[in-house]
Write a protein that binds this ligand. Structure first.
Ligand code: ATP
Ligand code: MG
Length: 394
């Protein structure tokens, strides 16, 4: 028989989705299948609210865990051993499982945690725990039981046809399966925040697409490549997507020539939002996403955000709005965008940066400044500069 390694995957909030539960589970299983298809002989099956992955013995466990660890919607995953639901067979399997662990990790104490999903099974959970505990004590001479602080919790999960033995519940990211919650357009800079914002929305099931503004040739080709690199890290989690590159330089020049210096950033941000809205509409995205965080910089004060928001009709998601920079940085490090984000390339916002940007812009004044600009024409022209790159997981 071609025996395989088994992984039990527990669905996160998907488990709460009532009548839509099968849909969410199917989406999650499909995503897991897609991400694991590079390994030969992978099987992904849904069963009793769980997802079971079977992989060839030769496939490295660490690789499987690393890859599934990037899938949104997973609460936890356990590499497990499958055995027929028969007390003697469970006992034998538990002994061999523990002997392997002793060899690998030199453990000394354990505790059995038994669960009986199949209530028709004649032995009750506490008795299963006692009997399997006794079998392990006998079969693994060096071990002792510690019910308070054991080296290993030996889980015995008795289901209808099979029983699963495992010792770890490795936490996943949680969230919801990708593609279960609409499409959003992230305004992606080369900074730390916007990749995290995109990741957070994708974690809630949103399919993302991205728009980046540059000021070529004031900003370099390298700066654009950096954004594409960030996007390709995001694609590991969010699947492949399109990155729209737009040249903002003509608009910046027009603003600098015609408007008060301190309004430059706010005016530019309103243009960014309007252009992003048009790109989003054309791409079938119903929302914009930004990496703004309240008060982080002059353009993110409450007043500035109100003025920025006023430029568009589309809902703007700001998942980082109430987060501190250090906490955003922690996520950036965890998802491995941080090292790329801190590479020192210029952003279009730093070209023509005003010395004293307004922190409390007034919408009437900003609109008066805009009247000098023929906004629609500028926006059309900027959209004409659009280049689209297909981004694949790094
Ligand atoms: P980040 O680390 O995301 O660059 P930041 O603190 O530098 O954020 P800002 O430059 O004010 O903040 O930008 C706020 C948000 O506006 C960004 O998170 C991003 O969503 C969007 N944004 C800024 N610059 C660009 C750009 N060049 N292209 C696309 N979106 C941008
Ligand atoms: Mg930025």
């Amino acid at each position: 028989m071609n025996e395989k390694n088994i992984y039990i995957i527990r669905c996160g909030e998907t488990a709460l989705k009532g009548q839509n539960k099968p849909y969410f589970e199917r989406m999650l299983a499909d995503r897991i299948k897609k991400i694991l298809k590079k390994f030969p002989g992978i099987e992904v099956k849904r069963h009793e609210g769980l997802i079971f992955v079977r992989a060839e013995k030769a496939t490295d466990e660490k690789e499987i865990l690393k890859e599934t660890g990037k899938v949104f919607g997973i609460a936890s995953i356990s590499p497990a051993v499958e055995v027929e639901s028969d007390m003697e067979k469970i006992g034998t399997a538990a002994v061999s499982y523990m002997n392997d662990l002793i060899k690998k990790n030199g453990i000394r104490t354990f505790k059995v945690e038994a669960k009986r999903a199949d209530k028709s099974f004649p032995v009750k959970s506490p008795d299963i725990a006692k009997k399997i505990g006794a079998a392990v004590l006998k079969g693994c001479g060096v071990l002792g039981v510690d019910v308070h602080d054991p080296d290993v919790h030996l889980f015995v999960d008795l289901r209808h046809d099979k029983t699963y033995i495992y010792q770890q519940k490795i936490k996943g990211f949680g969230g919801l399966p990708l593609g279960t919650n609409g499409r959003g357009m992230i305004l992606l800079s080369g900074g730390i925040d916007s990749p995290v914002a995109a990741w957070m929305m994708a974690k809630r099931g949103m399919q993302i697409e991205a728009v980046h503004f540059h000021s070529y040739p004031y900003t370099s080709q390298r700066a654009q490549e950096k954004v594409a690199e960030l996007a390709s890290i995001l694609a590991i989690y969010c699947s492949r997507f399109k990155l729209h590159m737009i040249n903002l330089l003509p608009i910046q020049e027009k603003i600098v020539q015609n408007c008060p210096e301190e309004e430059t950033t706010v005016l530019l941000r309103r243009f960014m939002m309007r252009i992003a809205e048009k790109v989003a509409e054309a791409a079938g995205c119903g929302m914009l996403i930004t990496g703004e965080s309240l008060g982080q910089v002059a353009s993110q004060t409450a007043d500035a955000i109100i003025v920025t928001d006023e430029a568009v009709q589309m809902p703007v998601m700001r998942p980082l709005i109430a987060m501190d920079k250090v906490d955003i940085m922690d996520i950036a490090k965890e998802i491995e965008t941080y090292e790329v984000s801190i590479k020192p390339y210029e952003d279009c916002c730093t070209v023509f940066l005003p010395k004293h940007p307004v922190t409390r812009p007034k919408i009437e004044r900003i609109k008066r400044s805009e009247e000098r600009l023929c906004a629609d024409e500028l926006i059309e022209k900027a959209l004409g500069s659009e280049e689209i790159c297909e981004i694949y997981p790094k």
